[in-house]
Design a protein around this ligand. Structure first.
Ligand code: ADP
Length: 512
């Protein structure tokens, strides 16, 4: 589908949300010109001055919580509580994090100076890169745009954001709240539309690209970025394992699994996509999961737990994976077989599948839907190896009452994050990095590096400038043996300080 001008309907309520118009390529050229101009001003603001705009943004958002929740929920199909708690709250929490910690993270950092450079001082400065492109997806359309945008803004960059065409009114809404907060012209601009608009944004060579989305698009973006040596961060998919040990709190683990697999209809890069349970507790655990699923309410009203899928393409992927699994012998413990799905509805009932095997697509490929495959395991070694067998490594969880054992398993997992006796929450702790291992991505954001990644590091060494010369400068004559003695006495396992000092003083004398 082309996204030049298109009508947008809510996937859950089916209501017409309005018509959207694509940003034209020539407008993107102007946006870059404005962003470059604005950069010259914005980069000179102090963090505190930038934060004053962020505070206005926070106030706008807090005064419009209902509107914000509604536009996210209607655009994506997620229930309002998911929009409020998982899309909006993390952004507000991130704004608090920035208010408290950004100045310290971005200020000049003192560095040590080795003894051979005695008399000099060293520090690192974090310099904004310029115009940053943030290309974002539709599953958490608000937080996955806002957090990288705010991270790049606070460090002094100006932004071209390209939100997802699947949830365009969230993109429009974000644009509006920045306008209402009074951000200076050109500091943050939005390009609306699909893939072509994303391509056009990259075409104008931003100074950094922050991308969240699929592996396939991530590869295309990395390839384009490489042609111009544009640095990128890629936040891609996951096939996250959940490991339930025999000594886990079964009720808690079952509730956690059901939420971790079905929140946002499973359209979460960190959702539980492979659940491994110790065979000794398999039966009671499965019964507890089924009991939880039976209580879930699906719909688009305030009392509902699970909303709809966001768009047809994703429904088709889920359908294909479930059909493939059922043909290969999987058992559907809850939910409906794809042949019984209502073609006109974007709601998919939560599905728990057992008797799943490694040759099924739903074990190999990212699903992004409300499917929870449950797989029994015999021992820890086996489950660690199976959990690590995926080409992804975004998030994982380990459930056990023995925290030492859980931590040991956690450190064996090849994963950007591991959560013990809980699911998903590491992404909401802004003091922790967020990013993936293996095909789940390149780089991470949040926490200190989440701000510093949008800066280039400037290493500064400074000398008072009073000495005439330096030991390593010309002339070299007569210095070789002193340098050799200095190196031998200083860099070996046992240091000989008297030889070091003597040879160093000799060198100083020869350099006067
Ligand atoms: P999904 O298939 O799950 O929607 P994508 O990775 O295709 O995820 O999309 C994520 C974001 O990347 C969206 O904003 C989309 O418009 C954008 N996008 C898709 N293809 C390209 C591309 N070739 N260049 C730049 N941006 C793109």
């Amino acid at each position: 589908m082309a996204y030049e001008k298109w009508e947008v309907y809510s996937p859950s309520t089916k209501e017409l949300l309005g018509a959207m118009e694509e940003t034209k390529p020539e407008e993107i050229a102007n946006m870059f010109a404005e962003a470059k101009q604005a950069f010259e001003m914005w980069r000179q603001f102090t963090v505190r001055e930038r934060l004053s705009y962020f505070e206005k943004l926070r106030d706008v958002l807090l005064s419009e919580l209902e509107e914000a929740t509604s536009v996210i929920s209607k655009s994506n199909g997620k229930v309002k509580l998911d929009a409020l708690v998982a899309d909006i709250m993390p952004v507000l929490d991130f704004l608090s994090f920035l208010k408290k910690d950004a100045a310290a993270i971005l200020q000049r950092q003192k560095a040590k100076t080795p003894i051979v450079f005695i008399g000099k001082k060293s520090y690192v400065e974090y310099m904004p890169r310029g115009v940053v492109a943030v290309i974002s997806p539709w599953n958490y359309p608000f937080q996955l745009t806002m957090i990288p945008v705010l991270s790049a803004l606070i460090s002094g960059n100006t932004i071209i954001a390209k939100p997802s065409e699947i949830t365009p009114f969230v993109g429009r809404y974000m644009e509006e709240i920045f306008q209402k907060a009074g951000f200076p012209k050109g500091v943050i601009q939005f390009a609306h539309g699909g893939k072509e608009v994303g391509e056009a944004v990259i075409h104008y060579k931003p100074d950094y690209i922050f991308f969240t989305g699929s592996v396939a698009t991530g590869k295309i973006i990395a390839t384009e970025a490489a042609k111009h040596l544009i640095p990128v961060t890629l936040e891609l998919g996951g096939k996250d394992p959940m490991i339930v040990c025999h000594d886990a709190n079964i009720e808690r683990a079952a509730k956690g699994a059901v939420w971790g697999a079905f929140t946002n209809s499973g359209q979460v890069c960190m959702s539980v996509e492979r659940l491994f349970v110790d065979e000794r507790i398999y039966e009671p655990f499965l019964a507890a999961v089924k009991k939880e699923v039976a209580q879930l309410k699906q719909g688009s009203a305030i009392q509902h737990d699970i909303g709809s899928m966001t768009f047809q393409k994703q429904v088709s992927i889920v359908k294909e994976q479930v059909a493939d699994a059922l043909t290969k012998g999987a058992i559907l413990e809850t939910g409906k077989s794809p042949s019984e799905w209502d073609e006109d509805s974007m709601f998919i009932e939560p599905m728990v599948l057992t008797s799943v095997t490694d040759d099924m697509k739903l074990i190999q490929e990212e699903t992004f839907g409300p499917i929870l495959p449950i797989i029994p395991f015999k021992d820890e070694k086996e489950v660690i190896s199976r959990a690590n067998s995926s080409e992804y490594g975004l998030n994982a969880s380990v459930w056990s009452s023995d925290l030492n054992k859980a931590e040991q398993i956690a450190s064996e997992l090849v994963s950007g994050a591991v959560i013990i006796n809980d699911v998903l929450i590491s992404v909401a702790n802004h003091h922790l990095p967020f990013g993936g291992a293996k095909k789940s991505g390149i780089g991470s954001y949040h926490a200190e590096q989440g701000l510093r990644m949008f800066c280039y590091e400037k290493a500064v060494m400074s000398d008072a400038g009073k000495k005439r010369s330096e030991v390593q400068w010309y002339p070299y004559e007569g210095k070789y043996d002193d340098f050799k003695r200095m190196i031998q006495s200083f860099y070996g396992g046992s240091k000989n300080y008297s030889v070091f000092v003597k040879s160093f003083l000799n060198l100083l004398k020869k350099s006067k």
